[in-house]
Write a protein that binds this ligand. Structure first.
Ligand code: GDP
Ligand code: IMO
Ligand code: MG
Length: 429
């Protein structure tokens, strides 16, 4: 067997959580392979709504095993609060949640560093979620990080103190007053106490060598789905650098983030919104700073699942989508939030950019920072609500035409059209 992959093709928040939950009954194992609590994956069913940050979105199916892979970074106190919420709703999570011992830990001081670096950048800040993602991946690469397995070691506190002191020295250099900075409404000292208790809590979960578990499961014929976080345009190598996250969000990240060979990657599902959103700073060629952008934000309820920030909204960007499809080797596309386009008389799609008078369909170096002028194709809207439809055969012809247009442009079939946040609002084409 092989590991199938589901990942976002835009700037994150494409609806990965919803779709992983929909696909979970087809898989024995769901595994996160990168990112950390910068992710916010929303799942809705039977009137309940959950937002997951670290835990895979397969957790609501009691028959599936959920793995937090070695490529993920875990903040124990955020993890603790996530588990607390699942417990409160009687969602079982002790027996079917496995955590890689090699996943790195986000310390409270990593979060302080994130804040200090952003503050120092001023107007050119990345717009980080301030969960400590960049500093933690930096320590991993610098070979000074702490890992989940360390929480069980006798000298954990010694290792913790050593890393923390390194961070405090950097913070002093930045002139960052960490004693008066609040972390999730708490003082640093208070937060650190909770974090240390949570690290112990985390050490009592099933900690495993997930690379062995996953490869053995494949040998035994088990089916595995890898759940991406963020999106391809936030990838540290290929995203709109430096306005990116600090991990490889693309298919390649599955191999290093789970410990599997590229030969074991199976089907790649690419998920995209029928338009585009971005939260945080950085280029966004099709961004709409007008009434249409406001209408997308309002209809799509485009406010961040992790930070509550309003998301920037714009039309679908085909050159960017094609780029992401190329990087990931996408086999099937899933088009999300199609219902959000229902109020529009005219829907625009960017098919090329104009750069210095020339039409281009590729993403130039310097990402999209250059003055790219989106070239639009206008399409007629359908102007009826589609969120209650049960079958793809019931959708208006304009929806079918929109899907066909995208398929023709990118040369990959669309297998799912999503028409609402609930599990049930999913149409298979
Ligand atoms: P993720 O990070 O990719 O899992 O996506 P988020 O959960 O951050 O953001 C997607 C948002 O859109 C969530 O609030 C979902 O409940 C919602 N959503 C998902 N699919 C649809 C859809 O087809 N239509 C609408 N209207 N909302 C959707
Ligand atoms: P999910 O998995 C949308 C963005 C941040 C910021 C940049 C760097 O829910 O799709 P970081 O905290 O990683 O240092 O932030 O990346 N970002 C996301 N945007 N969805 C996400 O995750 C994101 N995770 C990070 O807004 O611009
Ligand atoms: Mg999200």
């Amino acid at each position: 067997m092989k590991v199938d992959v589901l990942l976002g093709l835009q700037w994150g928040d494409e609806g990965k959580g919803k779709i992983v939950d929909v696909l979970t009954p087809k898989y024995d194992v769901i595994a996160r392979f990168q990112g950390g609590p910068n992710a916010g994956h929303t799942i809705e069913f039977e009137g309940n709504k959950f937002v997951l940050h670290t835990i895979p979105s397969g957790i609501f199916n009691k028959d599936s095993v959920n793995i937090i892979g070695n490529g993920v970074i875990i903040e124990p106190f955020i993890f603790y609060r996530e588990i607390e919420k699942l417990d409160a709703q009687n969602i079982e999570n002790r027996s079917n949640l496995l955590i890689s011992k090699k996943a790195h830990l986000i310390l409270p001081s990593h979060r302080l560093l994130d804040a200090a670096y952003e503050q120092a950048k001023g107007a050119s800040k990345i717009g980080s979620t301030l969960k400590g993602i960049g500093p933690t991946y930096t320590d991993r690469t610098a070979r000074s990080g702490l890992r989940v397995g360390d929480t069980c070691s006798m000298n954990f506190m010694e290792k913790y103190e050593k890393l923390k002191q390194k961070h405090l020295r950097i913070l002093d250099n930045y002139g960052f007053d960490y004693n008066s900075y609040e972390l999730d409404g708490m003082s640093y000292a208070e937060y650190e106490k909770k974090w240390l208790e949570s690290a112990e809590f985390l050490s009592e979960f099933k900690l495993i060598d997930s690379e062995y578990y996953i490869n053995n499961a494949l040998d035994e014929g088990k089916s595995i789905l890898a759940e991406g976080a963020q999106g391809s345009l936030l990838d540290v190598d290929f995203g709109s650098y430096p306005f990116v996250t600090s991990s490889n969000t693309i298919t390649a990240g599955v191999c290093s983030g789970l410990g599997i060979s590229p030969k074991r990657v199976g089907k790649v599902y690419g998920i995209f919104k029928a338009y585009c959103t971005r939260v945080g700073s950085g280029p966004f060629p099709t961004e709409l700073e007008d009434a249409d952008g406001d209408l997308l934000r309002k209809t799509g309820n485009e406010f961040g699942s992790t930070t509550g920030r309003p998301r920037r909204c714009g039309w679908l960007d085909l050159p960017a989508l094609k780029y992401a499809i190329m990087l990931n080797g996408v086999d099937e596309l899933l088009m999300m939030k199609t219902d959000v386009l229902s109020p529009f008389d005219t829907i625009k799609v960017c098919h090329a950019y104009k750069l210095e008078g020339e039409s281009i369909e590729t993403i130039p170096y310097d990402g999209m920072e250059l003055d790219l002028q989106p070239q639009y194709t206008s399409r007629k809207g359908w102007k009826v609500d589609i969120d209650k439809l049960q079958e793809y055969s019931e959708v208006p012809q304009e929806v079918v035409d929109y899907v066909k247009y995208v398929e023709e442009q990118v040369n990959v079939p669309v297998s799912v059209v999503s028409v609402g946040p609930d599990r049930s609002q999913t149409l298979f084409t």
